[in-house]
Write a protein that binds this ligand. Structure first.
Ligand SMILES: [Zn+2]
Length: 363
């Protein structure tokens, strides 16, 4: 049996990737800027480009038909060499995107967590399929060059998309600004502009190969739209909002949002109230008595009515159901959240939440 070259190949590409990245002055400067909370998404996009380029260079230096059995990138080699490196690229860039989004949220006074970007499995599969389909790797080596940089930049675009949609769904009014770089192309010129949620065409988050156009997130003017009436809160209503903030309706996800209603006192005056029935369970996973906004945002994120379970219809037609969620600030644990929707009500309201481990398949 021929020697398995995959482990050594992976190791030498990984080493080159890391030393390339560390040796790229621009990459180092951008990462410092990102970590110091001074970066925007254009910086994150440039950082993604640097990571992608460092990886593409490492692929080029180590991979060729001469280095592969029969000159070919067999699937099992691609799967064990190229895949983990694309995953590493993803992790680095997705972390940078989260850090940037966190700084932008904080700067805008939004108590909302950044939405993470999952690995785009189908893109990874697409790249692996392409390089393993050719008889000779050298014929398809280009696939591990520009498409890898594009893969890397797309993580940033996807981060903007997820965060804009999440914040828009929560009643905020984020904007997306797309700018053409270097007279990119006609398609990009037509796409350039400022878009306000929900009127953001999906193409704004897409880019063709060699496109270096920038996409920026803007939290908007801070006004929040009532997602049901589509009415903007006016300046005269701001004072009221300020008052409401103090009693438990923050600038992040509203307690009364597009998915559900939580009564003002339910979180701060019950779930997170020291001494209350289930408070210790929430404190045990890191929440403090002041974290009502974060807890609401975490509940909002995981509230998915299609995952409801233990549905009961009471005699008066009220529907009661549970949704299991994984909640916590550091170490997360499972909680049962219980909801109730009275006849005629359009949204369910939170009844209680408490720790409960479960073996349900769908958790
Ligand atoms: Zn472009």
């Amino acid at each position: 049996m021929p020697e398995d070259i995959a482990p050594a190949l992976l190791e030498s590409i990984r080493q080159d990737f890391e030393s390339n990245l560390g040796g790229r002055q621009r990459a180092v400067q951008l990462l410092e800027k990102i970590q110091a909370s001074g970066a925007n998404y254009a910086d994150a996009g440039d950082y993604a480009e640097e990571v992608g380029a460092a990886l593409a260079d490492a692929f080029r230096a180590n991979l060729s038909s001469a280095a592969l059995p029969d000159g070919r990138m067999y699937w099992n080699i691609a799967d064990r060499v190229v895949r983990p490196l694309l995953e590493q690229d993803h992790t680095l860039v997705a972390e940078a995107a989260q850090t940037v989004q966190q700084s932008l949220n904080t700067a805008a006074g939004l108590g909302i967590r950044p939405q993470p970007v999952p690995l785009n499995e189908s893109r990874v599969e697409g790249i692996l399929n392409k390089i393993s389909a050719a008889e000779q790797y050298d014929d398809v080596a280009w696939v591990l060059d520009e498409p890898v940089k594009n893969f890397s930049r797309a993580i940033i675009d996807e981060s903007i998309r997820r965060n804009v949609e999440f914040q828009g769904g929560a009643g905020l009014r984020p904007r997306v600004i797309r700018r053409v770089v270097a007279n990119c192309c006609r398609w990009c010129s037509n796409l350039a502009g400022t878009y306000t949620y929900p009127d953001v065409p999906n193409d704004v988050y897409r880019r063709h190969e060699y496109c270096r156009c920038t996409v920026e997130y803007d939290p908007g003017d801070g006004r929040r739209q009532n997602v049901h009436t589509k009415r903007w809160t006016t300046a005269s209503e701001r004072d009221k909002i300020e008052t409401r903030k103090k009693i438990g309706i923050g600038s992040g996800v509203s307690l009364d949002n597009d998915k559900y209603v939580i009564q003002d006192e339910k979180i701060s005056g019950y779930l997170l109230k020291p001494g209350a029935k289930h408070a210790a369970e929430f404190f045990g996973v890191g929440y403090s008595a002041e974290d009502w906004q974060l807890l609401n945002s975490d509940i909002y994120e995981q509230f998915d009515e299609s995952r409801k379970t233990d549905v009961r219809i009471l005699d008066d037609g009220t529907e009661r159901f549970s949704i299991f969620m994984t909640l916590g600030k550091g170490k997360k644990k499972r909680f049962r959240t219980v909801w109730q929707k009275e006849p005629g009500e359009e949204k369910p309201r939170l009844i209680t939440a408490y720790r409960e481990d479960t073996n349900h398949e769908d958790i």
